[in-house]
Each structure stands twice: as C-alpha cells, then as structure tokens.
Design a protein around this ligand. Structure first.
Ligand code: PEP
Ligand code: MG
Length: 304
C-alpha cells in the first residue's frame, strides 16, 4: 500500500510539472484542453487544473442543488459571472440546462416518462417552456459582457430547434438592450452533437453555428440503443464502436469544411487511448474533468 501511495505521489508531482506548459505534440500540433464543470465550487478546481477554459458548464447542476426552488436569474448570473471573470480571456462554454434524462430536477416537473433519456429533455423542454429558459439566456448574456462566454444547446436533433434557440436568444438580447444592460452582441453559439440525427445534419448545422461539441456519452447510448446507466449492458457497451468513430470523423469533417471549431466534451475526451485519433482528425479542443487535464496534456506532449 505504501509503495502504491508513493508511486501515486510521484505521478502527481510529475504531472504538476506540466502546469503552464503547452498542449502540443512532438511534431508541433496544438490542441486545447478545457474543463467540464457543474457548480460554483468546480470553478476553483478548473483554475487549479491549469485548463485553458471551461469547455462545458452543465447548467442543470445549478438547478439540481436548489431542490424544489428554481434559481433566480441573478443567482445564475452570479455563478456565470464568477466563471467568466475567473477564466479571463479563456473560453467559458455555458450549456443551457439539460434537464431530464439522468439529471432530474425537482423544480421542473416533466411528468411521468417511461424513457426519460429519450423523453422530454434538453432543448425539447426549451421548445415548450420558454419562460423557464429566458432567465438562463439572460444570465448567460449578462455574463458574456464580463469575459469570453459562449452559449451551447444540448440534445439538438433539427434545424428548427436551433432556429428556436436562436430566436429566444434574440428575445433575451432585445430585453437587455431595452433595459440598457451590457452583453456581448456577438456571443458565439454552439450546439452539442449527441444524437445520430445531429451527426447526419452536421453539414447544415455547421453553417448555422460557431462551434460544435460532441457529447459522446449521449451519442454513444443513442447510437447503440443502449442505456448508458444500465450495468447489465456493460459487456456490450463499446465506447470504441466503429459507428461512433465514423460519426466523429464525419462531424469533424463537416465542421471544418465550414471553418468552424469542434470540441469533444463527453467522457471519451479523457480516454488516453483515443487522444492520438482525436489529434489526427484535427479535433480543436478536448474538455475533461479538471483532475484529468494534466494527464491529457502529458499524453498529447508524448504523441509524435
Ligand atoms: C454527453 O452526452 O456526452 C455530455 C457531455 O452531456 P451529459 O453527459 O451531461 O449528458
Ligand atoms: Mg449529453
């Protein structure tokens, strides 16, 4: 046990030496590493991790921690503001709340659903409950005046959803403008690619937005038709399924054809056996848990 503890300590110290170093391969290819967060406390961990920003702010956690009460616009703004100011010029990608699925929120009643993972969730709720999302959009916009904040939409399956999300964003902008409240008029818009439908229309989607982020967790479960939470499926649940690899390639090609940026923010982003493939196909950014940042940097720096 002591030997293992010492080895672990040595490993951590070695990784600490990589702080401040670039994410660059031996042949000079760069890739950004950002961190995934869900709470105010996580922001501190991102700073400690030496990540180059926040690649995925899972807003639903700000609702989950409030129990049966909804967080106010001001409360959301304060957390996004902290993220924006702490990251300085680095990117902060705020995903609007992906309620439902495996993240049920007490304050948002979605009714009984037999299959919540493929039920009313993510952007679909926004299509039905605009008033629930408007404070979030306003909070994100207000924070965009204070740093490098962008907004991202989850569980996209159609162009209509993107149009509806953009329309709500415009409505929030107009309100803020009328109130003379500061925001970034050119805030970048991204969509998550986490449904096979989004993969198939990724060429069209790429023309509508500034960036993509692949959510491999949902994309994998929806592609395989297997519940990511069901331990009985562990032996069939293949994160390296060739279908997923092909999808990632297709999406990367389509987004790059439009000269836009692509990130991966699902669990696969931190899988070091995948890093070389991601670098090879030109993924621009990997977003991982804060404690995985330096290990990923080490891996990238070892690639020829
Ligand atoms: C994903 O689906 O890969 C993702 C990043 O979103 P979440 O895990 O929050 O569903
Ligand atoms: Mg997801």
């Amino acid at each position: 046990m002591r030997e293992r503890k010492d080895a672990n300590l040595r490993h951590v110290r070695n990784l600490e030496r990589l702080k401040g170093k670039e994410n660059i391969t031996q042949s000079g290819q760069r890739i950004d590493i950002c961190a995934n967060v869900g709470t105010r406390e996580d922001i501190e961990n991102v700073l400690r991790s030496d990540a180059g920003g926040i690649g995925l702010f899972r807003s639903e956690f700000l609702y989950m921690e409030m129990g049966s009460k909804l967080p106010s616009e001001e409360k959301l703004f304060q957390v996004y503001k902290l993220a924006a100011e702490s990251m300085g010029a680095n990117r902060v990608v705020v995903r609007i709340a992906d309620f439902g699925g495996d993240k049920m929120v007490e304050s948002v009643d979605l009714g009984e659903q037999a299959n919540p993972a493929i039920g009313l969730r993510g952007i679909r709720i926004m299509m039905e409950k605009e008033e629930l999302f408007l404070p979030q959009f306003r909070a994100i916009l207000r924070a965009s005046a204070l740093g490098n904040v962008s907004i991202m939409f989850p569980m996209i399956t159609s162009m209509e959803e993107v149009a509806a999300a953009k329309a709500l964003l415009e409505k929030a902008k107009k309100q803020l403008k009328d109130e003379k409240t500061a925001y970034n008029e050119n805030i970048e818009i991204g969509v998550m690619i986490e449904t096979p439908a989004a993969v198939m229309i990724s060429g069209e989607l790429a023309r509508e937005v500034d960036f993509f982020s692949i959510g491999t967790n949902d994309l994998l479960q929806l592609t395989l038709g297997m519940d990511r939470e069901n331990p009985k499926l562990d032996k069939y649940y293949n994160p390296y399924h060739p279908a997923l690899m092909k999808m990632i390639r297709i999406v990367a090609n389509n987004v790059h054809l439009e000269g836009k940026r692509i990130s991966i923010c699902g669990d696969l982003a931190a899988d070091l056996s995948m890093t070389e493939f991601f670098v090879q196909i030109g993924i621009d950014e990997l977003s991982v848990a804060p404690h995985q940042v330096l290990g990923l940097r080490k891996k990238i720096r070892e690639i020829q």
